[in-house]
Design a protein around this ligand. Structure first.
Ligand code: ITT
Length: 211
């Protein structure tokens, strides 16, 4: 089976991608020795900039191989698009104090969710729209070959629901099926999610490269 290398420290992302890949007859695997490679400072202003930065940096460690990196997050309309590119570290003290952004370590999912809930406390349901965004970048030998964008529109609940998934999944209700992303199977999440949408575009491109 064909194998695609993924550069991520997030096992939830790897699981999402594995679900979509299996349906397409390909396998995803982490970049070898990923955890011992130097980490990449995610200081880009956009998801695309950070996805490119990660894919380019990690592809240098596996010459000749295509490496895929994912940068993603939640954009909440009532918070003017926050947490956005800061999704992984939204509960960090520098962000809480509204200081200039510093790309530091990720913060705990529960703490990030608690901050979003706190900030939306006074916001009624009809104004709680938002979306998950995912940009995948495919790179080889330090150069980005292509990028793929996916989105999923939904509603931010006022309390978490569901035990699957990761990150903001328990707060994100998907109107078509009236379930949160944390209430979906891996197969369902890949069907409806931002990551599934971006990865299907990647797979089409990958097939065309191989043909
Ligand atoms: P890598 O950079 O190593 O891939 P990361 O978790 O740091 O892992 P990002 O910088 O792209 O990844 O941050 C994305 C954050 O956005 C992630 O930690 C979650 O908090 C949130 N997020 C992204 N996709 C999500 C999804 O499908 N479900 C729930 N939360 C998601």
């Amino acid at each position: 089976m064909r194998r695609i290398l993924i550069a991520t420290s997030n096992p939830g992302k790897l699981r999402d991608l594995a679900g979509a890949a299996a349906a397409h007859g390909v396998e995803v695997a982490p970049v070898p020795n990923f955890s011992s490679l130097p980490s990449v400072l995610e200081d880009g202003l956009t998801f695309e900039a950070n996805a490119r930065k990660k894919a380019e940096a990690y592809s240098r460690h596996v010459p000749g191989e295509i490496v895929v990196a994912d940068d993603s997050g939640l954009e909440v309309d009532a918070l003017h698009g926050a947490p956005g590119v800061h999704s992984a570290r939204y509960a960090a003290p520098d962000l809480l104090n509204q200081q200039p952004h510093e790309a530091g370590a990720n913060t705990d999912d529960d703490a990030n969710n608690a901050r979003v809930l706190r900030e939306l406390e006074e916001v009624p349901r009809e104004k709680r729209g938002g979306r998950f965004v995912c940009v995948l970048a495919a790179a080889r030998n330090g150069k980005t070959l292509a990028t793929f964008h996916g989105k999923a529109e939904g509603i931010i609940l006022d309390a978490p629901r569901g035990a699957n998934g990761f990150g903001y999944d328990p707060l994100f209700s998907f109107p078509q099926i009236e379930k949160t992303f944390a209430e979906l199977t891996a197969e369902e999440k890949s069907r409806y999610s931002h990551r599934g949408a971006a990865f299907r575009q990647f797979l089409e491109w990958y097939d065309s490269m191989e043909a």
